[in-house]
Design a protein around this ligand. Structure first.
Ligand code: HEC
Length: 143
């Protein structure tokens, strides 16, 4: 009888230990991309390509002489200079222009006034703005 009870105890202890380890294993998984480095090439440039290059490309409309075809051109900036301040997203023109109240001109990406009035304007998603903000705060590297 004693043997049976101790066997049950051993099995239970084993199972309990297993369960705890399993839990720990889960907890150690990194929480979704939270502090992961944002890559210019993989995360930021695809957004620019889709949302900004239709206007801000060297061989295009290129408003304010701001071309974003490459990191170098973006860094050079347009009429109002370099559009980002590495490490300071709040000071960065590109972030200010994506917000509801840009310091001059229109909110980017430029939308027809009519669409804005109708509530049909297409802005960047919160996720896209967050990625650009994070990229700048991480040093706006050509990574
Ligand atoms: C449909 C055309 C169009 C698209 C798309 C567009 N822009 Fe613009 N952008 C303009 C025009 C026109 C201006 C000049 C007037 C103004 O500042 O509002 C401008 C100006 C700017 C400036 C100011 C540059 C300077 O030196 O004065 C920034 C920064 C900017 N855009 C960022 C962006 C970003 C970032 C995107 C993509 C998310 C984007 N734009 C998409 C048309 C566009």
């Amino acid at each position: 009888m004693v043997k049976v009870i101790s066997l049950v105890l051993v099995v239970m202890t084993f199972l309990a230990a297993h369960a705890v380890l399993g839990e720990d294993g889960k907890k150690q998984k990194p929480s979704k991309k939270k502090d992961e480095a944002v890559s210019f090439k993989e995360d930021i440039f695809p957004i620019i390509q889709k949302q900004c290059l239709p206007c801000h490309a060297e061989d295009n409309f290129n408003p304010s002489e701001l071309s974003m075809d490459s990191y170098e051109l973006l860094e050079t900036g347009g009429k109002n200079g370099q559009p980002f301040v590495a490490g300071e997203s709040k000071e960065s023109l590109i972030i200010k222009k994506l917000g509801e109240e840009p310091p001059f001109g229109d909110r980017m990406p430029l939308n027809p006034k009519k669409k804005i009035k109708q509530g049909k304007a297409k802005w960047l998603s919160d996720e896209e703005v967050r990625s650009i903000t994070k990229w700048i705060d991480q040093g706006a590297k050509d990574n």
